[in-house]
Design a protein around this ligand. Sequence first.
Ligand SMILES: Cc1cc2nc3c(=O)[nH]c(=O)nc-3n(C[C@H](O)[C@H](O)[C@H](O)COP(=O)(O)O)c2cc1C
Length: 390
Amino acid sequence: MQQYNFYKSAELGSLVLKNRFIKAATFEGMYDDGIPNKKLVDFHSSMAKGGVGLTTISYASVSANGRTFKDQMYVNPESLVGLRRVVEAVHEVGGKISIQLTHCGYFSKNTRNGVPIAPSRVLNEYGMLSGLPFSKAMNESDLEETKKDFVWSAQQLKRIGFDTLELHLGHGYLLSQFLSPKTNKRKDQYGGSLENRARYPLEVFRAIKDAVGTNFPVLVKLNLEDGFKKGFSVEDCIEVCKKLESANCDGVVLSGGFTSKSPFFLLRGDVPLKGMVKNGSNWAEKLTMALFGPAIIKKYNYSSNFFLELAKRVRQQVKLPLVYLGGVDSRQGIEEIQKAGFDFVAIGRALIHDPNFLQKIENGEISKSGCTHCNQCIVEMDRGGVRCTL
Ligand SMILES: Cc1cc2nc3c(=O)[nH]c(=O)nc-3n(C[C@H](O)[C@H](O)[C@H](O)COP(=O)(O)O)c2cc1C
């Protein structure tokens, strides 16, 4: 198995990166009415200055109805103007930049768009208290329209200078809802067997790849597992990686969890319940969170490289480039990932805590991040912008 020096330059498809470190997509909340603001520019340019080979803007919805809440950003002529400013700022300091393309599916409390669309009619735990208790199963025209939205968005993002894209097939968003047997109850060619559940996400991937051309890398973020019984499993993940490999995918970012059902599976550490109650969008949501939060939201203990054992199982079975993500917080942890044969490593919280984390690791100033996985950063993203409160 090939082992790479993560600190040296690397190719991601046709793209040359200065090293193998990627800033993982972490929702920034740096938008004014859905338009990227100056904070977003500064956030990503500080990541590039801090030394990551590639930084990733999170959650770019491909359409207005792909937003989980109403003022979130979606790809449109106005937001593209703001996104271009972020791209230019990152390029000016010698960095490269990606953006996560996604659609929320049923995970919506965006009342502006009416009933949310999803593979099947399912209970919408997230939007229930905002008056959107169920999703509607996507019909043929919904499938076609949504695929077109993904393709159009990808083309626009390439046009304004992004170096690559990350298509979100994980964390319980629309394409992950197709992959998961828990939320995909369809009886047609898009439901049932893994072959069928993977069909629509792969159609979307191929359509994007055809539209942006072979010289433009497209990454996929995929769950190792959903984090609950009868969900998408690591065996499913291996099979989907093989299909993505055949479809010329440039790399898969491995993660896990389902935002509406097992949100802390992908984060681990403390559940910042107080802040989450305060951020509730109406009194019913605040009350429910305060009363039932501890019962509804499962806590998972944090450990460094918490997905490594699962991710190794995928590494052993597939050849396409794999990006390790989850609990990367130390020099020793990075070495373990190198040894296990991963191609790249993505980091979230250690870089929110300190954008210079990697420089400090490389020059020996620190050997471990000061992030305590208190997860207050996820509360802050709904309060003016993601930041570390330590
Ligand atoms: C504040 C915050 C926001 C996040 N938002 C997103 C997101 O929008 N999309 C996504 O795919 N993952 C998101 N994540 C998950 C991260 O990409 C990553 O999977 C997780 O933080 C584990 O990596 P880490 O241990 O390096 O932080 C978010 C994580 C945090 C902490």
